[in-house]
Design a protein around this ligand. Structure first.
Ligand SMILES: Nc1ncnc2c1ncn2[C@@H]1O[C@H](COP(=O)(O)OP(=O)(O)OP(=O)(O)O)[C@@H](O)[C@H]1O
Length: 396
């Protein structure tokens, strides 16, 4: 068994937690683990690759990860990208089961697998749940992956990336981009730098076209807050025009922070087939937003803020309907404020003049789409469906 430890993520207390809690727990089960600390960006992926290279092909491995979503992201990219084709199909690689120690800042995947109640997420028992699940050989869940390809104006791939949690553009990508610039600011500890980054970007709109792709064997579906169910989309999804305020797709998670449930239906109405959940907010759907003036943008800040704040209230934003005065409410039968889709993938084609719309975020990593290019995101499939990634996840 291998344990990869990122010593600098979150509040940097990961290594101390390993010594005081994790290693004694593993020893108490009379098991041993090899611990390797990362020394630089990208190192977690190299460590995982080297470990798997020592195993027989098509064998299985267990990797414990002490880190945040970014550390897991580096590992799955290092393991899959060398073996993936342009359609997102991964050739056989060893099956890997992960146990997670939530040492990062947001820990989106961990807090979806183990939704925190009122007790603090820094409680040692809470942080040991995935490890205990591994030690007891109890249940694990498959880890789905998204594969995003960036194409230039001529359709040639310029870069590609895999996400295990989130792929986004628009406000979310801009927030992550700005938050990275704010990393290290001592006056903005923990999640506060994300809030500061949101304030800096809230007035921006992002000009693009999107196309949604059907799941394999299914159809794109859209959540209807009137019926509380997924149905056929309200309008054709082969071309949805912008501008956009928010565009974000998740897999494996219903939240991006312990209490920020941006795609709550992943848990409340779990998907029955391989798919991703997509949250879209388009300003022009607000009946009080008539064009794209500074006044319109300023007026829409209230809508965007209400949506984002309501994601912290158990994902209530997905139930909002527009009222005739442009306000959001769970009452009435107006147009949904948030367009919530379940799909197999999407394409995002930013207007060449809109540099901000060219940012793409994959689990916190930021990529740039060039002028005239586009991003195409699909679910990853494995040529051997028995070989896949899993995460230890028993809930108590
Ligand atoms: N020894 C190291 N020195 C500097 N950076 C490192 C080192 N090891 C890993 N990293 C980088 O640390 C970054 C942050 O890790 P990670 O995303 O897991 O934590 P986080 O941002 O605190 O949490 P989360 O993603 O859950 O919000 C990763 O992008 C990784 O490349």
């Amino acid at each position: 068994m291998l344990l990869i430890s990122n010593p600098v993520c979150g509040d940097k207390s990961g290594p101390q937690f390993l010594v005081e809690q994790v290693l004694p727990l593993i020893s108490s089960y009379r098991k041993s683990v090899k611990v390797i600390e990362t020394t630089h960006t990208g190192h977690a992926g190299v460590i995982a690759q080297e470990y798997l290279a020592t195993l027989e092909p098509e064998s299985s491995a267990t990797i414990i990860v002490s880190g945040g979503d970014g550390t897991l992201h580096e590992i799955v990219n290092a393991l899959c990208l060398p073996y993936i084709d342009k359609n997102g199909v991964v050739a056989p690689i060893p099956a890997v089961s992960f146990a997670l120690i939530p040492s990062g800042t947001a820990n989106a995947l961990y807090s979806t697998l183990f939704p925190p109640s009122s007790h603090a997420t820094d409680n040692p028992d809470y942080k040991l749940k995935s490890i205990r699940s591994l030690m007891d050989s109890s249940s694990s869940v498959p880890l789905s992956l998204q594969h995003t390809v960036i194409l230039d104006g001529g359709g040639v791939m310029t870069s590609q990336i895999i996400s295990a949690v989130v792929t986004s553009t628009s406000l979310h990508a801009a927030i992550l981009h700005t938050a990275e610039e704010l990393r290290g600011r001592e006056d903005l500890p923990g999640l506060m730098r994300f809030k500061a980054a949101a304030q800096q970007n809230i007035l921006n709109w992002y000009k693009s076209q999107i196309m949604l792709i059907d799941p394999v064997g299914g159809k794109v579906a859209q959540y209807n807050p009137n019926t509380h169910s997924f149905q056929s989309p309200a309008q054709p999804t082969s071309s949805l025009p912008g501008p956009f305020e928010y565009f974000l797709s998740t897999i494996n998670v219903d939240r991006l922070e312990p209490h920020f449930q941006i795609t709550p239906l992943f848990s409340k109405l779990p998907p029955t087939e391989a798919s991703m959940d997509l949250v879209v907010v388009r300003p022009n759907r607000n009946p009080r937003v008539l064009s794209d003036t500074l006044d319109d943008r300023t007026r829409f800040v209230e809508t965007a803020t209400t949506v984002l704040q309501s994601a912290y209230k158990e994902g209530k934003h997905v139930e909002f309907r527009y009222q005739s005065d442009g306000s959001c409410s769970e009452e009435g039968s107006g147009e949904p404020v948030v367009e919530y889709f379940r799909c197999g993938g999407w394409e995002w084609t930013p207007e060449p003049t809109d540099e901000l719309a060219q940012l793409l975020c994959a689990d916190g990593a930021i990529l740039k789409i060039g002028d005239g290019g586009k991003a195409s995101c699909r679910l990853v499939t494995f040529t051997n469906p028995d070989i896949q990634f899993r995460v230890f996840s028993r809930r108590e």
